[in-house]
Design a protein around this ligand. Structure first.
Ligand code: SAM
Length: 268
């Protein structure tokens, strides 16, 4: 059988991969048996996971919409994943038809699939890069070009920094990105936290510890620290459904069960 174009040559299909496991949670079709097995185990352990992932996508959509409505036309989506639905360029362009987006991911499948979707789109680019080397990421011509105009850029680090270990210095990585962002830029960030469900944190982290990409769930204080140098937009760092919900009832009775913390900060 001919290899589909979203599977780059040499892709390791035997080891579960976070981008593709996330695609399983969201009901996507760009994953392999090993990814589905890992997602199955994780959901068995924690049945609310698919709901949490959808709450995360909901936050991403509302944050992009919020910034596009305030005039943002440049978006840098780091750890963008496999664009299952509601990708940043789609959301932003409903409000800003000329919005430019650069997608960045470390996973070749996520990158290949994004390239297929964006083929022929002159205002969107996809690069394969590791955010743990932020200076190299910023030096990529597509990223450098997005930042060069000096216009505000929305930098998205949505559900990705929990794949960066403490010793890899997540705060330092954000600082390097911040220092390259023009005045008025924004940071859109969500992050897995153990605070809402301390009972689930251990087993969930143990499962990811067996993959090449371990998961570090963090405290609210740690997540707030990632916004160092940014002014947090109301309502600050909150559980995913609590960030500017479209309808009050969409928050649900237990937003803490969605465990992810989210916020948007602006640079003055
Ligand atoms: N941001 C999307 C969202 O919130 O819907 C996707 C989140 S998905 C859980 C995490 C993504 O981060 C995956 O696609 C993974 O490949 C990517 N990722 C993990 N570590 C990374 C790194 N060091 N540099 C760039 N991307 C990374």
């Amino acid at each position: 059988m001919k290899r589909p174009r979203w599977i780059p040559e040499g892709t390791d299909q035997e080891t579960p991969n976070v981008a593709r496991v996330y695609d399983c949670y969201l009901g996507g079709s760009h994953n392999f048996a090993a990814d589905r097995e890992m997602a199955r185990k994780a959901v068995e352990l924690w049945p609310e996971l698919p709901k949490i992932m959808r709450a995360n996508r909901g936050f991403l959509r509302r944050a992009v919409q919020y910034l596009a409505e305030r005039g943002f036309t440049r978006f840098l989506d780091i750890g963008s994943g496999i664009p299952t639905f509601g990708a940043v360029h789609e959301v932003a362009r409903r409000i800003q038809p000329d919005a430019r987006v650069v997608y960045v991911d470390i996973d070749p499948v996520a990158v290949a699939h994004s390239r297929l979707i964006l083929e022929g789109d002159e205002r969107a680019a996809v690069i394969e890069a590791d955010m743990r080397e932020p200076r190299a990421l910023l030096a990529d011509p597509a990223v450098a070009d997005l930042l060069a105009a000096g216009e505000p850029v929305a930098v998205l680090l949505v559900a990705v920094l929990h794949f960066v270990r403490d010793e890899e210095d997540p705060v330092g990585i954000v600082r390097v990105l911040r220092d390259a962002m023009p005045p008025g830029s924004a940071l859109v960030l969500s992050h897995a936290s153990f605070e809402g469900r301390p009972d689930q944190a251990g087993p969930h982290q143990d499962l990811y510890a067996r993959t090449p990409t371990p998961l570090t769930m963090r405290s609210r204080e740690d997540v707030v620290r990632l916004f160092d140098g940014f002014e947090l937009i109301e309502p600050g760092v909150v559980y995913l459904p609590e960030w500017r919900p479209e309808r009050p009832e969409s928050v649900g009775p237990h937003p803490e069960r969605m465990t992810g913390l989210a916020g948007v900060g602006r640079l003055s």
